[in-house]
Design a protein around this ligand. Structure first.
Ligand SMILES: Cc1cc2nc3c(=O)[nH]c(=O)nc-3n(C[C@H](O)[C@H](O)[C@H](O)COP(=O)(O)OP(=O)(O)OC[C@H]3O[C@@H](n4cnc5c(N)ncnc54)[C@H](O)[C@@H]3O)c2cc1C
Length: 358
């Protein structure tokens, strides 16, 4: 094994972007993935994600032409309790995740194969293996892998219910805030598939899920069933490197805490942190500087999110927040990692964040 041989754990967004960048830099890269094939766990994928993204800036930053995986969002509405709200769709995109050939994961996998990255499937990183993998390995196994806990990083715990089904609806996101969760539920559809998710604290119950499911049926006529659930550990602090058993590892994606703590937007953060983790192998100082630039506000935002979770009368407060304008919302804008404030202004316009009550 030479310093040019790099091991990456997790063949998701951040792991694949790291692999592609390192292979292009002349490294021999092997990606170790827990599942039998590309696309992550079947407990929450295939799925459809919505994200604000500046595609050209993103492509330039990560060095991968991934535009074909993103479609413009055509409709975006939501409900606070039963009250309907309509959002602007400007600069918002929708992307498929999971094992199908139409997913972003598959596209990145194909690109990595073209760059001669090696893959070892059915190869989970376990607490025992953590002690034997070489220093400088990249860990990109996502929050639901429990590796955050195994690395002894301080974390908060979330629970997620997930499901998906066939649909004729396309390029749409519907978001739900209500007393069934302190977080939110959402539905997105693309490529003939609709996926839904309800997230919240670890004690989120079947009763909460039933309330959410009923509300979706009442408001949109969509019948959701066959739910599965996962527990996610999200780091309390964003960090690029961690020491474990005397060795230093490079972290990427959710495991690096590179995710917006308010809405759980993680696509931007995963793609960008994949590039930064690759830099962490070749130039630690540059990588740290880059990492700081994109994450310096995140630790404070996570604290604010925890306070928000515990607020009483959230429904009332939420509808008041929706009436605020640009200045008040700059906090939320900045909280999605991957962009400087200046980049943010290019991506998310004021209209995107002003909600129109019907
Ligand atoms: C159901 C769901 C819906 C979401 N919706 C949105 C959304 O709408 N918008 C948005 O911006 N973000 C969304 N996110 C967040 C976003 O998907 C993540 O932040 C992003 O995928 C994180 O990238 P990653 O590289 O850290 O992990 P992932 O892309 O999840 O990849 C992790 C990989 O590691 C593998 N793995 C897990 N455990 C191990 C192990 N022990 N050993 C080896 N490999 C392992 C997994 O199988 C997977 O292939 C959502 C997340 C989920 C789960």
């Amino acid at each position: 094994m030479t310093t040019k041989d790099i091991q990456i754990y997790g063949a998701g967004l951040s792991g694949l972007v790291s692999a592609i960048n390192l292979a292009r830099g002349g490294h021999t890269v092997t990606v170790y993935e827990k599942e039998k094939k590309i696309g992550g766990t079947l407990k929450c994928h295939p799925s459809v994600h919505m994200t604000p993204v500046h595609i050209q800036n993103m492509q330039r930053y990560v060095g991968i032409e991934l535009e074909s995986c993103f479609s413009k969002l055509e409709a975006f509405r939501g409900y606070i309790g039963p009250k309907k709200i309509v959002f602007s769709t400007k600069n918002l995109y929708i992307v498929e995740r999971g094992p199908r050939e139409s997913s972003l994961d598959y596209f990145l996998y194909k690109t990595a194969l073209e760059e001669e990255v090696n893959f070892e499937f059915s190869h989970p990183l376990t607490p025992e293996k953590l002690r034997s993998i070489p220093g400088n390995s990249i860990i990109a196994t996502a929050g639901y892998s429990q590796i955050v806990r195994d690395l002894h990083l301080p974390y908060v715990t979330f629970k997620q219910f997930d499901t998906h089904m066939k649909t004729d609806i396309r390029n749409i996101t519907i978001v739900y805030f209500g007393d069934y969760t302190s977080d939110y539920g959402y539905i997105s559809a693309k490529n003939g598939m609709l996926s839904a998710q309800l997230s919240g604290p670890s004690n989120l119950s079947q009763e909460n899920l039933k309330k959410f499911t009923n509300l979706v049926k009442e408001t949109e006529g969509i019948e959701l069933d066959s739910w599965s659930s996962i527990i996610t550990h999200f780091p309390k602090k964003a960090r690029l490197f961690t020491k474990f058993d005397g060795k230093t590892y490079v972290l990427a994606g959710d495991v690096a805490g590179f995710l917006d703590p308010f809405f759980g937007f993680g696509i931007n953060g995963a793609l960008m942190s994949g590039k930064i983790a690759a830099m962490g192998i070749t130039s630690k100082q540059d990588a740290l500087q880059e990492f700081k630039q994109f994450t310096s506000h995140l630790n404070k935002d996570l604290l604010l999110h925890t306070i928000y979770w515990h607020l009483p009368l959230k429904k009332l407060i939420l509808s008041q927040i929706m009436k605020f304008h640009d200045n008040h919302l700059s906090l939320i804008k900045r909280s999605i990692p991957g962009f400087t404030e200046e980049d943010w202004l290019k991506i998310v316009s004021t209209e995107n964040l002003v909600f129109y009550c019907i």
